[in-house]
Design a protein around this ligand. Sequence first.
Ligand code: NDP
Length: 437
Amino acid sequence: DLIGKRDPEQKQFKTTVSKVLETVVPVLEKHPEYKEQKILERMVEPERVVSFRVPWQDDKGVTHINRGFRVQMNSAVGPYKGGLRFHPSVNLDILKFLAFEQVYKNALTGLPIGGAKGGSDFDPHGKSDNEVMHFCQSFMTELYRHIGPHVDVPAGDIGVGGREIGYLFGQYKRICNAYDAAVLTGKRVDYWGSLARPEATGYGLMYFVKNMLDDKNISLKDKTLVVSGAGNVATYAIEKAQEYGAKVVTCSDSDGYIYDPNGIDLDAVKEIKQVRRGRIKEYVAAHPQAEYHEGCTGVWTVKCDVALPCATQGEIDIESAKALVANGVIAVGEGANMPSSLEAIEYFQQNKVLFAPAKAANAGGVAVSALEMSQNSERLQWTFAEVDNKLKDIMANIYRCAKANAEKYADPDDLVAGANITAFVKVADIMLAHGLV
Ligand code: NDP
């Protein structure tokens, strides 16, 4: 009702928010001050939404007009922080639900960052470098007014990688005549980016999963893992899992998946995906013992102890969840954002599968982005080991807090509720301290 009356058309936002808020009901019952001070009503209303025109010209001189957005959801914990997404599907409904989720994820890191999300319906696919640069420059020519190292610090997301961050930062620096490196994160290491950022989400996922399994005296050593994806998150999750002595038998791209009974040869995957920018099916040519299967959902029918969806939203539906449970899966750790359907999550929980929700388990990426801001403020660059050690502590702390709140308010193994409650209480208490703003 909080959203339905004002914005009935924003269905995704409404669905996400209701699911999150359902899990915090036990806290509201214990803390009437949250209700009295209308914390929920304030949390679902962005502090600011900016929508703007982005005009740009393609290589043929044809003019295009896209729409740009920045949803500044909540700055109780620190400056707004969240990615920019360039994709034709971008609209206000999607960005509001992503921004809402970001507030909670960022709060979980324990670092001083609020939550935001932004982007444009621009599609970078098939555009030349020159066109992407012109688009980024036009986008930043408006966005620069609304961001800043103490105000709002965007990062990349779908369609916004190192190239786009470079063009956006170049334009910001030019307009403001200031080398405010901490205004954007995900920068290349040679111009104030952080070491260990590419590894952060995948490593962080494994740190979280290891904490969750250690708590049950289960070792990752010699466990069989099924991983989906072969991009940034999947690659570094596989790397860390192998370091822990686990055997990862699959990975995938949007065409299909590979199964290697001997364990994935990660150097070969990196060579195919990062160096040659090829397709995962090329793996089998040099690995005759491995199999390639067209289509992605079949990956969840492979027998495993731990499943790590690291490819994309909505990749585990109820059928995939049933297949995993039937094959005896012990734990599921979400590397991608919202890879499991709500039905799938419920099914895992009913069947006592340890479940590490994305908001907590993949927060390592944004945590290291916040560490990039710290390094920029200090004008220093930390070593890989320094960043990685901090990441390890942050993920352990997220696990500890989520588990403690699950034990206090919900089912002791319900880390979905535990993570939501941890973040909610942190943000709500600071909002109370700041008064009615
Ligand atoms: P990448 O683009 O690097 O990799 C995505 C991988 O998933 C690619 O191998 C891609 O294959 C594959 N993929 C895409 N769509 C599908 C599909 N429908 N079925 C199966 N595989 C598919 O992305 P990231 O690794 O960075 O991100 C993965 C997920 O993690 C996303 O949900 C992202 O939002 C989330 N995430 C990422 C963070 C980060 O730091 N990178 C932080 C937090 C969350 P192909 O090569 O064919 O495109």
